[in-house]
Design a protein around this ligand. Structure first.
Ligand code: ZN
Length: 379
């Protein structure tokens, strides 16, 4: 009999206890670590990867398709221009192709607190790299709230929420054109109307940006399939400043099919059904204990000066590290052969304790902890 010490944090022990409870067996923690680690090996033999993560299960809110109110405002964005428009809670913002083939860069801010803004990273993480109808666009950490619900999105509206916005530096490095229209400058010029600076432009949620990653690991620009009349409709979940720009690099790369065309922004008033849907979404995903608000911050005021100066009275106050405990697991000779096999793969650490912990936790990541992915289902 071989005895192995497995160090587990309290959080990992909680998962272990859940697994024991859900397994409905009368077993000790020691027995459960051994069993679940071996179950992970069985999963591997069945073709599962050693690496796990990113698994999600849809968290569905069913709703009738809401009816929009009257058009409140409408603007046309000629080539290489943009516009910042307030969109109030329950209103629907439509962005529409007036001729087709146009990439649109998109930013958005909380109208009452601009440090909360659209975040492509959270949207990728909580939804996917390609959110579609019924999914959400999220705000940045630590706010992390659903900002828009996608009510409609044309099939041609390919999204690039991995890339950047085009900018002067890219244009100088690529074409030796240091002063040429670009989305960074267009977005900055649009938000200047509201007193924001070029630094406040953030990672763009790129609409009708048809790209992929080529075999060399670099982005490829494809043909833009957008047709006249294709649109995306976004339900505002709180008061927002929405900013769209017609991409300024259309003449230089293929994302606009080597030309520029105009797009329209329209805002439709809130109705009882859009307001009801906003409330249901907020109730479900907009008031989580984890979503911090400005009131929760230790420092609430935005610095007026760009210079950073250390606070002499500062004492750090981090969240506490979970406590660590040791679970001693007894392995039979054949168990030991399996654990030695895991170590030989090079991706389970360097000691039997690390290998058992990694195998047990990978079992948890596959079977116990799935990330809830918020989604609307229109009935
Ligand atoms: Zn652009």
């Amino acid at each position: 009999m071989n005895v192995v010490d497995v160090e587990l944090y309290e959080t990992q022990l909680d998962l272990l206890d859940r697994a024991i409870q859900e397994g409905g067996r009368d077993e000790s923690r020691e027995e459960a670590v051994r069993r679940l680690a071996l179950d992970h090996v069985v999963d591997r033999l069945g073709g599962a990867s050693s690496y796990v993560g990113g698994r999600a299960k849809d968290d569905i809110l069913e709703s009738e398709s809401p009816s929009y109110g009257d058009e409140r405002t409408s603007v046309t964005l000629p080539p290489v221009t943009g516009k910042a428009l307030p969109v109030y809670r329950g209103e629907v913002l439509r962005i529409e192709q007036l001729a087709g083939g146009q990439c649109v860069d998109f930013n958005a801010f909380n109208l009452h607190d601009y440090k909360e803004f659209l975040d492509c990273g959270f949207t990728r993480s909580f939804q996917s790299f390609d959110p579609r109808q019924g999914e959400f666009i999220w705000t940045n950490a630590p706010r992390g709230r659903p900002m828009f619900a996608i009510l409609h999105i044309a099939d041609t509206c390919e999204l690039d929420i991995v890339g950047h916005r085009c900018n002067r530096i890219f244009e100088e490095l690529g074409w030796d054109m240091p002063v040429h229209p670009n989305c960074q400058d267009t977005l900055a010029e649009s938000i200047r109307e509201y007193g924001l600076t070029p630094d406040d432009v953030h990672e763009s949620f790129n609409l009708w940006m048809s790209t992929d990653i080529g075999p060399d690991g670099r982005r490829q620009f494809k043909w833009n399939p957008a047709r006249k009349g294709d649109r995306i409709d976004l339900l505002a979940l709180f008061d927002l400043l929405a900013v769209a720009a017609t991409c300024g690099i259309g003449d230089l790369v293929g994302i606009n099919n080597y030309t520029f065309t105009p797009v329209a922004m329209q805002v439709f008033e809130a109705t009882a059904t859009t307001r009801g849907l906003v409330e249901a979404i907020e109730e479900r995903w907009g008031r989580l204990p984890s979503q911090q608000r400005r009131e929760d911050f230790a420092v609430r005021d935005i610095q007026a000066s760009p210079e950073l100066i250390a606070d002499p009275d500062y004492t750090p106050s981090f969240l506490p590290l979970p406590g660590l405990e040791t679970v001693t697991v007894s392995l039979t000779e054949s168990d030991k052969v399996v654990v030695d096999g895991l170590l030989k793969t090079g991706v389970y650490g360097t000691t039997p304790g690390e290998a058992l912990r990694a195998a047990f936790m990978r079992w948890c990541n596959t079977n116990l902890t799935l990330v809830r992915r918020p989604k609307l289902l229109f009935t």
